[in-house]
Design a protein around this ligand. Structure first.
Ligand SMILES: Nc1ncnc2c1ncn2[C@@H]1O[C@H](COP(=O)(O)OP(=O)(O)OP(=O)(O)O)[C@@H](O)[C@H]1O
Length: 984
């Protein structure tokens, strides 16, 4: 025998949960769940790296690529649109200093020839006559690309079209208008018209082409206000310019009396852009805001998957069954998500700086960091709310990705129009009678933002973009230089429109709204997780939070915790009359058990009273859950409960401390359902059960803290080792940490190991008891079925619970290991009550102090094994093997003339002899030289005569071997099941 099997018989060292306060216990649970999450994150390190490093890198990389690609200018040739143009001024005014950030050039032209200079002279003269402003024509050609004008200039010659374009690209807010002349002479003979073309460059970057024009009003206080919807967005400047150029050309051509064709085209200067190439708030937001949301969205989906997988595999419920509180569970999830959010945001900001992205380096790093952390965290918590509706990881994945697509589509729209969330801009273009623009603030839209964190990200990103990259006023085209987004800009942000100052909240409100998002999502998750019905756990009433008030009243009424405990004890011992009419032909022991359960006079371990479970057609599912939750809100449990199965019907029984109670029954008899009601996975349809005076209907939290459960199907984390499982559950049960550490060192450190061998700790002892010590570092996913079962069994014993519930613990185990488990359980049951279901009659016989047999949800028989065998068994079995009949001349009469008796004659002989002694005996089996007789209990006094006859027959050689055995439990079970089937 191996060393492990030797140690199986060693003493089980008990390690009970320490008597710590509820807060200390809660804190311990929080720590172990955080630790569990960290271990799982490390085991799934690829997913962790993907969300914290690869995704930020991808997004920042794309951002970098986009800005590199868009640095070049993007001027386009426009067809002239002269449709809706109204103007009052008829000339080109000197560019205004206040509208430009640099000193400006009003008009540049190219090439500088005698003809073009003359044309520009005509232009200058006529323009002065109209506007009373003299635009001075510079003599010297401006050919220095790097130079900027010191003062405002009038008309400046430049070397070429390309130079004008490049200069405008280098100094986007310096030139107001440009003219490029091309002249095409007629082919010889010069009889045709001369073609004079001119191209006008206009400047979309700044407002000088509009600011002083009708249709717009500029004041320092209010900025630019558009006065009419019908104005051309370029004002009257372009038509004025075209008309003036035509006039000048005609004036120039007139003395020559030569036919000429005039033509013009329009082209915008390269648009003003920051060095990054983002020319406006809108463009930047449209391009990037959704991209930077992507890592947060993916993190949300992965967190949803993690939580739903724990729900689907029932691991979460398994931890709850062992006493884990929902608060500790969820707070651990939130803390883990916070760590992931911090890592992701830090990587994001660091990469932004590493790539020298303008928006990052022009913004306070802490603002960026907070913005990204809160976005990821807010999105993850929003995902947790969604998981409360999902039963399967597949549905969580589907919902998660639907949410991601929604966010990616919504983000650019939101970043462009975030002001709509705060104010109604639909009326801002309609001034009232006094010319004032009314912008009423609205609350209805931004309330939506309290639930969706990405809305605040869009808004904050938009503000940061304006400050860090500069912006172009989309009403005036006025370009504002970037100032950078500093920490104090959170509360002192300068909006691009002065009228926004009074109505729009400062950016800091977006950060605080994130926090509100997070708080709302956390509360919703906690609440919905408790009340939404799901297939793996029992849901609570929608008004469960009032339970706390009820408990407070009870405390006051009973004068403290001791008084409440006394009241509970009295409740648990109250007479609970049997509900309804008892089934016919009920066994007297079952009736007696019911009477005990009804009139329970003392504290027992488990008292089950009228416990009933009826399954209805309502199953789980997202929409069904949603519907059921809404039903719960609307009317108290008005559901279409179509009964499909009565799994347990008014069950009554009692178990005592120090007792192992074995519950037997066919498949579907209702054993597991009974267990599930006791450990709180299924709610009873009616009836109650008390575990050490605590009701399963009201005190499940307390019950679970002092209960161990081995469910029918193994619920293990595939990616945790046996050791880690024990550590996890020891933490949930709040075991002293020292006991754990001693065992841990024992497994790793040789010196410690020697010490520990002399004084094995409880944890090692239990692993050894079920032969798992050698496999302590193996992942549960790699254990065989029997090994998993053994691990589940010892997990249920962690914390030495007062009540241990084992649902078929030895299923799938080989006979050797099963016996190890039996030995362990028979030692462990001292001082506690164990309720066990099994299909192994041998197990029930070996372990059960009391055995009950269930048939179709009812109790059919109850008692210790001897009583059951005596009561329901057929008495005794006599088995004999017929001999080969070797004649003995002294003892045996001579054979008849046919020779030795045949086997048939011998069988008949033995049957007659047995019946002669015990007429009530029954021949149960006769085959292959074997005969089995059933002897009823009442014939016990004639057994001596029968054994004497069998001994004689053996001496004669007629019987080779014989034996007498009591009826087995299996026969009792079979006969009870058969009798109930016959009754039906
Ligand atoms: N979630 C459920 N919904 C509907 N019916 C159920 C559900 N769970 C169990 N039942 C039904 O309740 C009855 C009792 O089932 P239960 O699992 O308690 O039987 P059991 O005695 O534990 O059987 P086994 O020995 O096979 O585990 C069965 O008829 C089963 O079909």
């Amino acid at each position: 025998m191996s060393k492990d099997s030797d140690s199986a018989s060693s003493i089980v060292i008990y390690a009970s949960a320490r008597p710590s306060s509820a807060v200390a216990r809660w804190f311990r649970q929080l720590v172990v769940i955080c630790r569990l999450n960290c271990i799982l994150l490390m085991r799934y390190w690829k997913a962790a790296i993907l969300q914290s490093v690869v995704l930020p890198l991808l997004c920042v990389g794309i951002l970098y690529g986009v800005q590199k690609a868009s640095v070049s200018g993007n001027g386009k040739t426009f067809a002239a649109d002269e449709s809706v143009v109204t103007w009052k001024m008829e000339g080109v005014s000197q560019c205004k200093p206040e509208a430009l950030s640099n000193a400006c050039m009003t008009i540049v032209y190219s090439p500088q020839t005698a003809e073009t200079t003359q044309i520009m002279n005509f232009f200058q003269t006529q323009n002065q006559a109209r506007t009373s402003q003299a635009l001075k024509i510079e003599d010297n050609i401006w050919d220095d690309l790097s130079r900027v004008p010191k003062d405002n200039m009038g008309i400046v010659p430049m070397p070429s079209d390309k130079f004008i374009y490049d200069y405008a690209l280098a100094h986007p807010d310096t030139i107001q208008l440009g003219v490029v002349f091309t002249k095409e002479e007629p082919l010889a003979p010069a009889t045709g018209p001369i073609h004079w073309n001119y191209q006008i460059y206009y400047n979309m970057t700044h407002a000088t082409n509009m600011s002083t024009l009708p249709g717009f009003q500029y004041t320092k206080e209010a900025g630019y206000n558009r006065l009419s919807h019908t104005d051309d967005s370029y004002g009257s400047l372009l038509p004025n310019m075209i008309r003036a150029m035509d006039e000048s050309l005609l004036t120039f051509l007139d003395p020559q009396h030569q036919p000429a064709n005039l033509d013009y085209s329009l082209k915008s200067f390269p648009k003003a852009s920051s060095k990054n190439g983002y020319s406006s708030e809108g463009q930047m937001s449209m391009t990037l805001s959704n991209l930077l949301c992507l890592p947060a969205c993916i993190t949300m989906v992965l967190a949803m998957l993690r939580v739903t997988r724990e729900k689907e595999s029932k691991c979460k419920e398994s931890m709850m069954m062992m006493g884990l509180g929902p608060f500790a569970y969820w707070i651990a999830q939130w803390l883990t998500s916070w760590i992931m959010s911090v890592i992701q945001a830090s990587v994001m900001v660091a990469l932004g700086y590493a790539f020298k992205l303008e928006i990052f380096i022009n913004t306070n790093w802490l603002v960026l960091w907070l913005m990204f952390v809160l976005l990821t965290y807010g999105m993850t918590l929003l995902g947790f709310v969604l998981t409360t509706f999902c039963q399967k990881s597949g549905s969580a994945l589907a919902f998660g990705f639907a949410a991601v697509v929604g966010v990616l589509v919504a983000m650019p729209i939101l970043s462009m129009s975030w002001t709509n969330l705060y104010i109604d801009i639909s009326s801002w273009l309609s001034p009232d009678a006094n010319g004032n623009v009314i912008i009423p603030p609205t609350v209805n839209t931004w309330i939506v933002g309290l639930f969706f964190p990405f809305i605040h990200f869009a808004r904050l990103w938009s503000n940061i973009g304006v400050a860090a990259l500069g912006s172009v006023d989309y009403r005036t085209g006025n370009y504002t230089e970037p100032t950078g987004f500093h920490w104090n800009n959170l509360t002192e942000f300068t909006f691009e429109h002065a009228e926004f100052e009074t109505v729009l909240p400062q950016p800091v409100t977006a950060l605080s709204s994130y926090v509100i998002n997070i708080v709302i999502a956390a509360l919703l998750t906690l609440y919905l997780d408790q009340v939404i019905p799901n297939e793996h756990s029992r849901s609570r009433s929608v008004f469960f939070f009032f339970g706390g008030i009820g408990r407070l009243f009870r405390l006051i009424r009973h004068g403290g915790a001791a008084g409440v405990a006394r009241a509970k004890c009295a409740d648990a011992q109250k007479i609970i009359p049997y509900d309804g009419v008892a089934p016919e032909n009920e066994d007297s022991d079952v009736v007696a058990e019911r009477e005990r359960a009804v009139h329970c006079q003392s504290q027992v371990a488990i008292r089950i009273s009228n416990l009933t479970k009826t399954y209805t057609r309502n199953g789980p599912g997202f929409f069904k859950n949603l519907y059921l939750t809404l039903c719960c809100f609307c009317t108290a449990r008005r559901r279409s409960n179509k009964i499909i199965n009565k799994a347990v019907d008014r069950l009554n029984l009692i178990t005592e401390p120090n007792e192992l109670f074995a519950l037997l029954g066919q498949n579907g008899a209702g054993k597991s359902t009974t267990m599930q009601m006791l450990y709180g996975v299924t709610a009873p349809s009616s009836g109650n059960a008390f575990l050490f005076d605590r009701s399963i209907n009201n005190d499940m939290g307390e019950i679970r803290a002092d209960m161990g459960v081995c469910p029918q199907h193994d619920v293990l984390f595939n990616d945790l080792t046996c050791w880690e499982h024990l550590q996890l559950y020891a933490g949930i049960k709040d075991l002293p940490a020292k006991a754990l550490l001693a065992s841990l060192n024992g497994g790793k450190d040789e010196k410690e190991s020697v010490k520990e061998n002399q004084r094995p700790t409880w944890i090692r002892s239990r692993l050894e008891a079920v032969q798992l010590w050698k496999d302590r570092n193996t992942m549960a996913g790699r254990l065989s079925g029997g090994m998993k079962r053994r691990l589940s069994t010892i997990i249920s014993t962690i914390g030495d619970p007062q009540v241990l519930i084992l649902d078929e613990p030895t299923t799938g185990m080989d006979p050797i290991h099963r016996r190890h488990v039996w030995t362990f359980l028979s030692q462990f049951k001292r001082g506690r009550s164990i309720l066990l279901t099994t299909h192994s009659m041998e197990e029930a016989d070996a372990l059960g102090d009391k055995v009950a047999i269930m048939v179709s949800g009812h109790l059919k028989a109850i008692g210790n094994t001897t009583r059951l065998k005596n009561k329901f068994g057929s008495g005794y079995r006599v088995e004999l093997a017929l001999g080969n009949f070797i004649p003995n001349s002294q003892t045996t009469p001579a054979p008849n003339q046919q020779g030795w008796p045949s086997q048939k004659q011998l069988e008949q002989e033995m049957s007659d002899a047995t019946h002669a002694i015990i007429p009530e005996s029954v021949l149960l089996d006769q085959s292959g030289g074997m005969m089995v007789f059933g002897i009823p209990l009442q014939a016990i006094e004639r057994m001596a005569e029968l054994t004497a006859m069998l001994e004689r027959s053996q001496a004669q050689g007629r019987v080779k071997q014989w034996g007498i055995a009591q009826t087995s439990l299996e026969e009792v079970f079979l006969s009870l099941i058969r009798s109930s089937s016959d009754a039906h």
